[in-house]
Design a protein around this ligand. Sequence first.
Ligand code: DOR
Ligand code: ZN
Length: 345
Amino acid sequence: MTKKQLTITQPDDWHLHLRDGQALNSVALFTAKQFARAIIMPNLNPPVTTVVRAVEYLDEILAAVEGTDFEPLMTLYLTDNTSPEEIIAARKSCFIKGLKLYPAGATTNSDAGVTDISHCYKTLEEMQKAGLPLLIHGEATSPDIDVFDREKVFIDKTLIPLTQKFPDLKIVFEHITTKEAADFVLQASDKLAATITPQHLLLNRNALFQGGLQPHNYCLPVLKRDTHRQALLKVIRSGSNKFFLGTDSAPHTKHKKESACGCAGIFSAHAAIEIYTSIFEEQGVLDKLEAFASFNGPDFYGLPRNSKTITLVKEDWQVPDEYSLGSDTLVPFLAGQTIHWKMSA
Ligand code: DOR
Ligand code: ZN
């Protein structure tokens, strides 16, 4: 009997952390093997805040994926001081595809992020004019807000006013985790879309504590209650074109995750499309995978859809316990577990 197979247009990853230096060289090919393009997060240390710096980072990534057709889609890290002139330079560059908004203190390397969105109004005005999307880490950061409520508070306090002030600004609400976010995106204008990670579709917050503290399931925004995960799965089943694939794959060394103050971030690039495929199959909507993974993203960004295809085969394989990360190691998402789909070479 021949194995079950699925051929789809080659997907893109609309939210990816590649890092730089040795770490970049360890992880980049995982993504380049599966995806034609990826939106590259700028939260390096120091962050990528200028077009000049982004060109250097682009070159570094291209060297790491040499021999492949992978196309990095670069972003700039928005700060209180990003000037409207930088936006004009970004638009002219043609290779900058968006600006990333990290509320200051929200997550890894976000210290240089935006302290108050009102500081960015002139810059956002220019982005709106240029058609450059704003990619948002949507969490309120005030320390008195419960960590599980941060996305909802961000929607109410920042995102709604922002969409009212800049109705034509393209916005990607990144890695949504709650029913409130899904509902908000569904009722918003076609200027607003969202990415969804594999971990937020697969796990709820119990996974952080199952049998003891599980640092490798810790990411930001943190996993939520199962009702929220169910809302994200419902969105997937609906086939709405406002949602697309963004892994948020974020490598950290094993020792930085398994530490007294463990870093946020889940590395999923080793099996990204296979994990999404398993989720869509489980939900009975394999026919909706291609739009989510390969059409909705480029359509929103105004980029061409990919012309190549990939084939996935229904075949069990076991995720290794570790991969190397520079001179260290990382523990991948679903380490040691069996995945039921495999991309064929
Ligand atoms: O879990 C996360 N890790 N969330 C982010 O927003 C950043 C990322 C990282 O860079 O490690
Ligand atoms: Zn991220």
